[in-house]
Design a protein around this ligand. Structure first.
Ligand SMILES: [Zn+2]
Length: 332
């Protein structure tokens, strides 16, 4: 099992597991898509493996862990369409983890998005953490610890995952058969998250949304009012089929942000190595040379404001119209 990045952290974990039994509870913290959940799977395989060099990846235990069929690995993933993991999901697990392991020496209980546990669910979990059965290894995987009770986090051994080197992400995309140009852009957009980069190139819809959003954004500076309003309507119509109604608009705004940020970077003579949209350098150079840094900075402020409006549930149409009118004023 090859996991990209955070190698030193996994080596330390491997070394710790060689010399002492696992802690009853771990908290894996870090940005999305950098291998936290994969490392939880790796750890389960490491401790349940029956091969000579665990995790061997070949023995029946390893195979079952990787295919999600090991009876001693209980995984709580978020249910599609449900915003949180509630007390009922946790209660079921609490009785399950009290049982002796079926096959291995440990029972794993892995929460893939622990920040979505309700306060009530965390309180229920706390009781198990106060007196954990000796065979339990609980792993909470989370983007941050703000949504977790301090009484829960204080009982966990915390491992902090960092972003992966952008070039390493691009190289791994190349190995997946992604074109070099697309791999370079996806790795940069993902800010070193192999999971996000794969998501970006994996489904055509997300990449297509990016292409359309940037095509539309390129036409905005210097456009007439009616043209800006047309662009707003076109941006609103961009969809990937996501079940989260805000996800696509967030993607549109992310793309506009990276576009105008790149232009600002170029207009002040910044390092081209810092740019995200390296496949559209020519268009970016034209925008940067015809726009003042001040007007590009105003564009970024307008996009930040649009994000804020989105969080406060302002109508997408209103939010995009206002934003596009502001972006049409970008220029000298
Ligand atoms: Zn094995």
């Amino acid at each position: 099992m090859h996991i990209l990045g955070n190698q030193a952290l996994r080596s330390r974990l491997q070394e710790a597991l060689r010399t002492s039994p696992p802690a009853p509870a771990y908290l894996f913290l870090g940005p999305r898509g950098v291998g936290k959940a994969l490392t939880a799977t790796w750890m389960a395989a490491r401790l349940l493996c029956s091969g000579p060099e665990p995790p061997c990846g070949l023995c029946p235990a390893c195979r079952k862990v990787h295919s999600g069929n090991h009876p001693d690995v209980l995984r709580i993933d978020r249910v599609e369409g449900k915003a949180s993991v509630g007390i009922d999901d946790v209660r079921e697990g609490i009785s399950a983890v009290q049982l002796r392991p079926y096959e291995g020496g440990y029972r794993f209980w892995i929460f893939s998005e622990a920040e979505r546990l309700t306060g009530e669910a965390q309180s229920a979990l706390l009781k198990t953490l106060e007196e954990p059965p000796g065979h339990l290894v609980l792993i909470l995987v989370a983007g941050g610890e703000d949504a977790l009770l301090p009484t829960v986090t204080s009982r966990c051994r915390i491992l902090r995952f960092g972003p992966v080197d952008v070039q390493a992400v691009a190289d791994s995309l190349l190995e997946h058969g992604v074109s070099p140009e697309r791999a370079a852009v996806a790795a940069r957009i993902s800010s070193g998250s192999p999971g996000l980069a794969l998501e970006l190139v994996g489904t055509g819809e997300i990449w297509d949304l990016r292409e359309s959003a940037l095509d539309l954004a390129s036409g905005l500076p210097g456009s007439q009012t009616w043209q800006a309003l047309e662009v707003a309507a076109s941006l609103e119509a961009l969809k990937t089929g996501s079940s989260d109604p805000k996800a696509d608009l967030t993607r549109v705004l992310d793309n506009l942000m990276s576009w105008f940020r790149d232009a600002l970077c170029l207009s002040v003579g910044g390092d081209e190595g810092l740019l995200v949209n390296v496949d559209r350098l020519d268009t970016l150079r034209v925008l940067a040379s015809s726009s003042s840094p001040r007007s590009l900075d105003r564009a970024l402020q307008a996009i930040l404001e649009a994000f804020d409006h989105l969080h406060r549930n302002v109508q997408p149409r209103f939010l995009l119209q206002r934003l596009c009118l502001e972006l049409s004023r970008v220029g000298a």
